[in-house]
Every structure is written in C-alpha cells, then in structure tokens.
Design a protein around this ligand. Structure first.
Ligand code: AMP
Length: 187
C-alpha cells in the first residue's frame, strides 16, 4: 500500500506514521528525516539542502524529488510506504505522479489529518516547553502553519478529485485516531 499522510506540524502525523508502520509493515518515509540524515552524513544532497533545512524553509523541488527518488528505489519501499512531509506543494504532488508513473505505480490513499489551528498551536507550545524543539517555537509554528494552509488546498483538491483522499479527525487519543485511519483504509 502506498499512502500519503497530510497534516501540519503538531497534527500527530509523525506519531500516526510510526504506528501505521508497525500495523501495515511498510516503511515510514519522512522527507524531513531524510534531509536531516543527509545533512548529518554530509551527502551531496545534504550539503545542497543544509541552509534551507536549518532555516526551516522549503528545499527546492528538484532536490526533494532527487532525495525521494533515491529512497523509493530502496528494496523495502517495493511493497509500499507511508509518505510523510511530501508532497508539500502542488508541484511536488505532480512530481510524485511522474515518479510513480515511471515505476508504473499509483497512490492508494491520501489521509489528511484535520486539526484546527488553535489545537496545533497549543500542542506545539506544550511540546516546546517540554522538549525545546526549535521547530515548535510558537513563531515558527505560526509561520509554518500559514504556509501549510496556503499550499494544501490544491493538493487536497487534486487527490479528492481522484477519489483517494480521506479526511480524518485528528482530535483524540493516538490509538483512537489510528483506529479511524485503519478503518478508512479497509473501506
Ligand atoms: P519536517 O521534519 O517535515 O518539518 O522537515 C524538515 C525540513 O526538511 C523542512 O523545514 C524543509 O527544510 C525540509 N523538507 C522536508 N520535506 C520537504 C518537502 N517536501 N519540500 C521541501 N522541503 C522539505
């Protein structure tokens, strides 16, 4: 199963992706994690992306596509994957189509976690106080949320037009939200 998870930082997307990985037995592919790993390993892509990743700004579409193509070519991705953090723009969604078409594949489902802004902001503030993750800084969260809300509508429209988008209420216990996602996937 090839799955995309959409949702802003603080929507619980990472937690759900990890739980889905165990449930479905397919890898969780986070472009953010891939970038952080590439930066610390000092690979060519990592070096090229370093400045943007450090500032929390979007890396160019070409670099993300190159990074993703490399990861999707690894053997464990042959049976499917949970994509997290990609696509973030309509052009990335179209690039993903091209990548999948070249491999004669399609996406099975796109799950959008629905969490209102005030909840996202409150969750990130709690996490920032506890863990001091720089990307949870309230000013950073607000800006990322603004970008997310601007970029996401055409992506949602694209996938809902194809009949593969499912909106999932992202409020509640993690286990309960996982249950909602699994129920949607089995329909
Ligand atoms: P994340 O952990 O998903 O917030 O990603 C961390 C950083 O990696 C982002 O702030 C961007 O610099 C970069 N990144 C991750 N995914 C993408 C993407 N799909 N497009 C552009 N940049 C990305």
């Amino acid at each position: 199963m090839r799955l995309v998870l959409l949702g802003p930082n603080g929507s619980g997307k990472g937690t759900q992706a990890k739980m889905l990985r165990s449930e479905l037995g397919i890898p969780h592919i986070s472009t953010g994690e891939l970038f952080r790993a590439a930066v610390s390993a000092g690979t060519e892509i990592g070096l090229a992306a370093q400045a943007m990743v450090a500032k929390g700004e979007l890396v160019s579409d070409d670099l993300v596509a190159a990074l993703l193509a490399q990861r999707l070519a690894e053997p464990d991705a042959a049976k499917g994957y949970i994509l997290d953090g990609y696509p973030r723009t309509l052009s990335q969604a179209l690039a993903l189509d091209t990548l999948l078409e070249a491999a004669d594949q399609t996406l099975d489902r796109v799950i959008e976690l629905i969490v209102p802004d005030d909840v996202v902001l409150a969750r990130c503030e709690i996490r920032f106080t506890a863990q001091h993750r720089p990307d949870d800084d309230p000013a950073v969260v607000r800006e990322r949320l603004r970008i997310y809300r601007t970029q996401i509508p055409p992506i949602v429209e694209l996938y809902s037009g194809r009949g593969i988008l499912t909106e999932i209420d992202g409020i509640g216990e993690a286990a309960e939200i996982l249950h909602r996602i699994l129920a949607a996937l089995s329909r």
